[in-house]
Design a protein around this ligand. Structure first.
Ligand SMILES: Cc1ncc(COP(=O)(O)O)c(C=O)c1O
Length: 399
């Protein structure tokens, strides 16, 4: 008799396949926590953005995995819906989109760390240049590949992050003019205060951008467009420069008051995993931060800070159960949270729990928006969306 190998492997459960959490399909999901991405809403928001852009090119910003929505699926949806191109922060984000079959122009905004110029050219990407030192390496790679490389020249008009500073601009512009292998397709800048109550700082940066364009032209470098507008600047209205670079608005969140109506895209939901009754005086969770003041029903929900739920919402946030808000009871753990469902008649195990988005249920209808979560957590909606972690599978819906 042959001895069984040790340790013995547990036999697989029939009919259940545990997948890697990223991009799981519905049948693969074991934990009921997931993010639903409404692709029709993305298309609707693109149309609202295109209307605001009034004929300018729309470069959809899909950095950080498409603001947490899954860049390949979002890019495919936007490309089919007629977006003009994409902008990402990292070379690897751009390559991920090309590998997903995206043909539209892709701008790599964040710099070429390590000068991976060959990769940029072989994937047909457009790099943003902002430093004289980058030009020769890129020109050399373009010469070797026998192509003329399109670049966008970034100008620092006050963000003081990336971009050629005003005093260095004439020299950088001449360096571009002297390298015919590089074609300056566009000038770009980034606005620091586009969502501020006053337009003053934004207008000051735009005026500097106009002056910078003159300096570049005077050096003999031509370009066919400029872009500066993120979602806030676009929705507030800025002079047409040829292209715009919105991110957040495509995901249904407006960073400014008013503006067109946008459709929320992401809905994060889970289910009640178990319920327990606490007598007055009994405590729950880490640090016993919750103590029952009355006979209480607590629901345990399998979503925690490792999924992107800000821990700072401990004892403060709420989630939707049966269409009504249930407050977070005590400390949010890494994988779980407890809700006080005492006042929610009929709350049961397997009831849907909505962390972000809308819910209609027997007790009513309510919605928790990313801006609300962000305000409560002391952050911004961009961080709420991009923090939803890889282990929360994204499910794409075409309602
Ligand atoms: C350079 C650049 N352009 C455009 C955007 C898009 O901004 P928003 O998501 O506010 O539209 C960003 C996002 O941070 C950015 O860094």
């Amino acid at each position: 008799m042959v001895a069984a190998p040790w340790p013995m492997e547990a036999p697989p459960m029939p009919g259940v396949r545990v997948s890697r959490p990223r991009r799981a399909a519905p049948a693969d999901a074991v934990r009921p926590t997931r993010a639903e991405v409404n692709l029709a809403a993305i298309r609707k928001n693109l149309h609202a953005v295109q209307k605001a852009a009034a004929g300018q090119r729309v470069l959809a910003v899909l950095k950080a995995d498409g603001y947490g929505h899954g860049a390949p699926a979002v890019a495919r949806t936007l490309e089919r819906a007629g977006v003009d191109g994409f902008a990402v922060a990292l070379l690897e984000e751009a390559i991920e989109l090309r590998d997903a079959g995206i043909h539209a122009p892709i701008l790599v905004m964040g710099g070429l760390y390590g000068g991976a110029c060959d990769e940029v050219l072989s994937h047909g990407l457009t790099p943003v240049v902002y430093d004289r030192g980058q030009l020769e390496a890129l020109a050399r790679a373009a010469r070797a590949a026998g192509v003329r490389a399109k670049v966008h020249l970034k100008i620092d008009t006050g963000m003081a992050r990336l971009g050629v500073r005003e005093r260095e601009l004439p020299e950088v512009a001449r360096a571009l003019r002297d390298r015919p292998e590089l074609e300056v397709e566009a000038l770009m800048t980034h606005l620091a205060c586009a969502d501020a109550p006053s337009r003053e700082s934004m207008d000051e940066q735009l005026a500097r951008f106009d002056a910078a364009a003159e300096v570049v032209r005077a050096a003999g470098v031509s370009f066919s467009m400029r872009h500066a507008a993120n979602s806030a600047a676009l929705l507030r209205g800025t002079p047409a420069l040829g292209a715009v670079r919105p991110g957040l608005a495509l995901f249904g969140i407006s960073p400014v008051e008013g503006g067109p109506s946008l459709a929320p895209v992401m809905r994060v939901r889970s289910e009640i995993a178990c319920l327990r009754r606490l007598e007055p005086g009994e405590s729950a969770g880490y640090g016993w931060a919750f103590t029952a003041r009355r006979p209480t029903v607590l629901a345990t929900v399998p979503v925690g800070y490792a999924d992107g739920l800000p821990r700072s919402l401990s004892g403060r946030g709420a989630m939707l159960v049966r269409g009504k808000r249930a407050p977070v009871a005590g400390t949010i753990s890494m994988d779980m949270v407890m809700l006080d469902v005492t006042d929610l008649d009929g709350a049961s195990v397997r009831d849907e729990v909505v962390v972000l988005g809308a819910q209609q249920g027997p007790l009513g209808r309510d919605e928790i928006r990313a801006t609300e979560l962000a305000d409560l957590a002391g952050t911004i909606p961009w961080e709420i969306l991009t923090s939803i972690s890889r282990r929360v599978p994204r499910f794409y819906r075409e309602p």
